[in-house]
Design a protein around this ligand. Sequence first.
Ligand code: AMP
Ligand code: MG
Length: 331
Amino acid sequence: MNGIKTAIGTKEDISTAVAIIKGGGVVAFPTETVYGLGANAFSEEAVKEIFKAKGRPSDNPLIVHIPSVNWLNLVAKNVPDIALKLFKKFSPGALALVLEKSDNIPEIVTAGLPTVAVRIPKHDIALKLIEECGVPISAPSANISGLVSPTKASHVFADFNGKIPLILDGGDSEVGIESTVLDLTKNPPIILRPGAITADMLLKVLPKVLTHKGEVLIAQSPGMKYKHYSPKCEAVSATLFSVALNEYKKALNNGKSPVIIWCNPQGAEGAEVINLGGNAGECMHNLFAVLREAEVKYNYIILQYFEESEREFTALNNRIIKAVNGVVLRA
Ligand code: AMP
Ligand code: MG
């Protein structure tokens, strides 16, 4: 493809782009994430041209773009309900879902994997282009492999002038970074590449997700956003007894009537201290009763926050953090 004249078109030139793609060629087009270099996803020969133009290693799979969920079964099979839910909430948009590949998709697209990444881009030109081509379009970012992804038609031109026949100019890419890639073939689903659709956004639909850093995130159960378990008076927590004592003295000096609530307190130095219990089970058992007792006798509660490494205290810490509205004093 070297030595050809590269045209820059607008949405008026979508029909030219359609003809090129139907003829097995590649065209650069705008999406809201970054510009893509597209070809007919059903044609091994056409997709080969993408890899050639970009210098992309053949083991790096491409995202397949479709205009609506109605096309999903053309590119993927055994599509789980959760994929439809996610697309319903986030599409068109910056979310690519990895699903079981349909037999229609040649191996070159998926780098030999049994899975395929699918996305519905949020850009009029991209959607119209795919619809008029009548085939899904596989498209990686329209940059030479290893270089920065393009967010303007001029960036694509800089990399591909003389190598591709047409760049459709749709203005600056609104999002500006590549899509979130979420693998739905794993349980819990894994974010393979973070993007504008964040883990927290995905957790509005998914109960659990594994981040690209390997952290498991769990959706909050309904109602957790409401404030619960708060005593009627001001309350803070502290990780060390010495920190709690300091806070106690400050509160006294400020004319408050403070109390420390602690597990096995030692060396109270004359401070008012309530023993929460001798172990995690006792502390759990006593927590709410002690808080109720304290809120009527005192007006400032300093509550122990347990070491996060001590897993038997996890549930307790969860209630404590709510009681103190997230305030943890550390040394
Ligand atoms: P780009 O073409 O630059 O947007 O990159 C596409 C991204 O999607 C790469 O990070 C690929 O590794 C990822 N990807 C595409 N298809 C798959 C797949 N079937 N399984 C896992 N990751 C994929
Ligand atoms: Mg890329």
